[in-house]
Design a protein around this ligand. Structure first.
Ligand SMILES: Nc1ncnc2c1ncn2[C@@H]1O[C@H](COP(=O)(O)OP(=O)(O)OP(=O)(O)O)[C@@H](O)[C@H]1O
Ligand SMILES: [Mg+2]
Length: 531
């Protein structure tokens, strides 16, 4: 037999070396060859060219059988086709069976060339002609066989993984024929979710799980997915279970080759419950929105009604007060004339009666005047000017000179300027200071103090006296119109002053409050916009 020397290029040798040196362990070859001379040549070719090779030899099929059974780490079998105990196709089939996953390379004489080629269909990895054999060819064949086997094994493993993924997926999955829509494979989750057995599924088509009215949509989607180069499709469908229930599913599909025909792998995620929950949420949100809108419109309507009622009440009280003034003045004037003209002729009792009528009428008149002032406040707009509060309070104190006695001590602390309606702010200080004068007038040494305090960064004004004070139990009514916490016999008044003050302060966006103890004086505090 004639063996050729390696004639491949240096580069080819290097790239093969690269493949072979990838194997960490030495490559173990079983050479099944009965011819001593041929074996020596093969062994030489191997050892001369590459270092990482371990060679084991078998002289017969029987011996190869023993070696393959005992030495499990054989990487490649190089098989001569003519052995003393077996040859040809029968030998190849037997060796393939015992070699299992180990690639078998057939080494044949020229006379067996045709069978060598045919042996590829039986499952051998390669065939080599002894007459043309050289080192490079031998190692190419060995290394490629090993690499091919490794890739094949990896593929088989990954295919197994995908099979498990398909089978064990909790989401229903199936494969259907892209042409006929026939189910080709379904997983356990599909069987469980849809209620059909595997054989029922495989006897059905995709259309059988779609409502009749959705079939047009299904056809359109299938056409669309076929036209899509990415082979991927995602969409929503309704499916019918075996028990007739309709479910909503999110479909993700991909075209695949499945044992021949073009097929589609489908993942069908049942989103029925998710949709119901979303729908419920949407409905309750819509209900809430409708309720809010209704509430809002009711509030708007009520506010409108209230504002209108308030406006009518104000104009009513204004015109009533105004219309009452004239007849009341007539009564007072005529009573005064009557008193004057009868002063010498009527008894003292009658004179007291006439005085009583005059006093009551005067009181009624001042009540009406105050009520008019209060009503007017609702109509006027607030002017917005800078007010020098110190000067204003000095002026107020001086104007009230006729109300206080010389014994009253007045302390005026530094006051900041404010922003607002000068006449109204003046009214605030007039009412509060005249109250302080009135309710401290019975003290031996009345003391009135005006100043400011800053609490938590908020500046508030105060008017404080050491007078009669009031019972905080009645605080709630303090700022109400016509409410009085003292008897007229003790302190005169109409009970309107504080309600006017409160209204003005609130019109300026401020707050008013008071603190007091009976007989220990009172402090009225309020805020105003500072200039
Ligand atoms: N400085 C104060 N000390 C004690 N009580 C006060 C003081 N200021 C007001 N009050 C109480 O609050 C009530 C309401 O005060 P308000 O100024 O509204 O009315 P009035 O002083 O009685 O009458 P007028 O309408 O003439 O001012 C008073 O009747 C009084 O009982
Ligand atoms: Mg008063």
């Amino acid at each position: 037999m004639d063996f050729h020397c390696p004639d491949s290029s240096q580069n080819e040798v290097l790239s093969l070396l690269h493949i072979l040196t990838k194997f960490e362990k030495p490559i173990k070859l079983l050479i099944v060859e009965d011819n001593e001379g041929d074996y020596v040549i093969i062994e030489d070719l191997l050892i001369d060219n590459f270092i990482n090779v371990e060679v084991v030899r078998a002289n017969s099929f029987a011996q190869s059988q023993t070696i393959l059974a005992s030495e499990r780490d054989v990487n490649v079998v190089v098989l001569d086709l003519t052995l003393p105990d077996e040859h040809g196709e029968s030998l190849v089939l037997k060796v393939l069976e015992i070699a299992k996953n180990v690639p078998v390379i057939v080494l044949t004489g020229y006379s067996d060339k045709d069978f060598g080629i045919r042996s590829l269909t039986l499952g051998v990895a390669d065939y080599l002609l002894k007459d043309e054999l050289n080192g490079m060819q031998l190692y190419k064949s060995i290394s490629y066989s090993i690499e091919r086997k490794r890739i094949f094994n990896d593929l088989a493993k990954s295919e197994q993984k995908y099979k498990s993924l398909f089978e064990l997926s909790p989401i229903p999955m199936w494969v259907y024929d892209a042409e006929t829509y026939q189910f080709l494979k379904v997983n356990k989750a599909a069987i469980k979710n849809y209620g059909y057995s595997e054989s029922e599924f495989l006897s059905m088509g995709l259309k059988d799980i779609h409502p009749q009215e959705d079939l047009v949509k299904l056809d359109q989607a299938t056409i669309k997915s076929r036209l899509n180069e990415r082979k991927y499709y995602k969409g929503n469908f309704r499916h019918i279970k075996k028990n007739g229930d309709i479910i909503f599913v999110e479909i993700e599909s991909n075209r695949i080759a499945f044992n021949g025909p073009e097929a589609v792998l489908v993942l069908a995620n049942d989103v029925t419950e998710k949709l119901i929950a979303e729908n419920n949420l949407k409905n309750s949100e819509a209900e809430l929105e409708a309720l809010n809108a209704e509430l809002e419109s009711r509030v708007i309507q009520r506010t409108k009604d209230l504002t209108e009622a308030y406006r009518q009440l104000e104009s009513f009280s204004f015109s009533i007060s105004h219309d009452l003034q004239a007849p009341l003045r007539t009564i007072i004037d005529f009573m005064k004339i009557l008193k004057d003209k009868t002063k010498d002729t009527i008894s003292d009792d009658l004179k007291t009666c006439v005085d009583y009528v005059i006093n009551s009428s005067c009181k009624m008149s001042s009540l009406i005047t105050n009520l008019l002032d209060f009503s007017r406040l609702g109509k006027v707009n607030v002017q917005n000017v800078q007010i020098q509060t110190m000067d204003l309070v000095v002026q107020v104190w001086q104007n009230l000179v006729h109300q206080h006695s010389e014994k009253t001590e007045f302390v005026l602390n530094k006051l900041p300027d404010v922003q607002g309606d000068a006449l109204m702010i003046e009214q605030v200080f007039v009412n509060l200071i005249s109250n302080a004068i009135k309710y401290s007038s019975k003290k031996d040494r009345p003391l009135i103090e005006v100043g400011t305090r800053t609490i938590n960064g908020e500046v508030s004004f105060y008017v404080k006296d050491n007078g009669a004070g009031f019972d905080m139990a009645y605080y709630r009514t303090l700022f109400g119109i016509f409410t009085r916490l003292h008897d007229s016999n003790e302190f005169d008044g109409t009970g309107v002053g504080l309600s006017i003050v409160k209204r003005i302060i609130e019109k300026h966006g401020g707050r008013i409050w008071a603190e007091s103890k009976v007989n220990e004086g009172a402090t009225f505090s309020f805020t105003l916009p500072l200039a």
